[in-house]
Design a protein around this ligand. Structure first.
Ligand code: PAF
Length: 283
């Protein structure tokens, strides 16, 4: 596995692969890799001849007071995992490499509407930060495929829309959320949970599952189900930002004709902000 650190080498690598007729898949990450990332890598290897992973903790997607400075970094273990997974190249730029003009006054990409709801309401500028860094990575690596996990359901929609609007010639592939055996969605931020909080955390997945059952059952209104979700999570000591039933395609509120639905939630458990979602297709 080759490690590269600058954009120039990323371009050269990508060009060499393309000249050799290889297809390329990129998995953008912020490191601290877990099984969720590894499932993206497996799929990337199935799809393309060459796989590229980026590791970069992107400051502009973190708000003031968020966990940018304490975001878990496990670079040595990450590199071992990537080596074992058979990744071809890992790109690990520093801040100056991706933001040559700094991050105070710089060009950003903002995907309208979808970026302002749900997580966007609570994390101002977050999705603009994500769209900007992902665009930089895609433009400079020119992959055929880019893979993302569906735990970040809203992020995937933002990226899909950015790629359409910016005419980027890449196929966005999303993969199902990987869960611990008790249902907790895998996330680097699970590391912030202490023992007691970790014990409570499966309540998130249970609440989503109950909401799916209630939706299928048909005897409850959307508002009742959302309220029940908030109550059940609050009762176990979580601070709920939202528990919301939306359309899969654009995350707008559902109406009676919608069949492809997703239930999304964001909660605080101790110092960890956790998100999760569950898709449901009604018959
Ligand atoms: O999902 C993540 O880890 C990040 O938001 C991403 C897509 C790597 C952009 O920094």
């Amino acid at each position: 596995m080759e490690s590269i650190f600058d954009v120039e080498s990323l371009r050269a690598q990508s060009k060499a692969w393309r000249l050799s007729g290889f297809t390329v898949a990129i998995v953008p990450t912020m490191g601290n890799l877990h099984s969720g990332h590894l499932s993206l890598l497996d799929r990337a290897k199935d799809l393309a001849d060459r796989t590229l992973v980026s590791i970069f903790v992107n400051p502009i997607q973190f708000g003031v007071g968020e966990d940018y400075d304490s975001y878990p970094s496990t670079i040595k273990e990450d590199l071992q995992k990537l080596e074992i997974a058979g990744v071809d190249t890992v790109f690990m730029p520093d801040l100056k490499e991706l933001y040559p003009g700094g991050t105070e006054v710089d060009t950003r990409i903002t995907v309208p509407e979808i970026s302002d709801i749900l997580c966007g309401e609570y994390r101002e500028g977050h999705f603009s930060g994500v769209a900007t860094v992902v665009a930089k990575l895609l433009i400079n690596s020119m992959p055929d495929y880019a893979l993302f996990g569906e735990k970040d359901f809203q992020q995937v929609l933002v990226i899909r829309r950015m790629v359409i609007d910016m005419l980027l010639p890449v196929q966005i592939v999303s993969m199902p959320t990987c869960r611990e055996t008790d249902g907790l969605a895998m996330s680097s931020r699970n590391r912030y949970l202490n023992r007691q909080e970790r014990g409570k955390s499966p309540a998130i997945y249970s609440a989503l599952q109950s909401a799916v059952e209630r939706l299928r059952n048909g005897a409850f209104t959307v508002e009742e189900i959302e309220q029940e979700g908030v109550i059940s999570l609050t009762e176990v000591g979580m601070k709920v930002e939202y528990f919301s039933i939306r359309r899969q395609k654009d995350l707008l509120p559902v109406n009676s004709s919608d069949r492809d639905i997703v239930i999304l939630t964001a909660v605080w458990l101790g110092s960890a902000r956790l998100i999760d979602n569950l898709k449901v297709t009604l018959d």
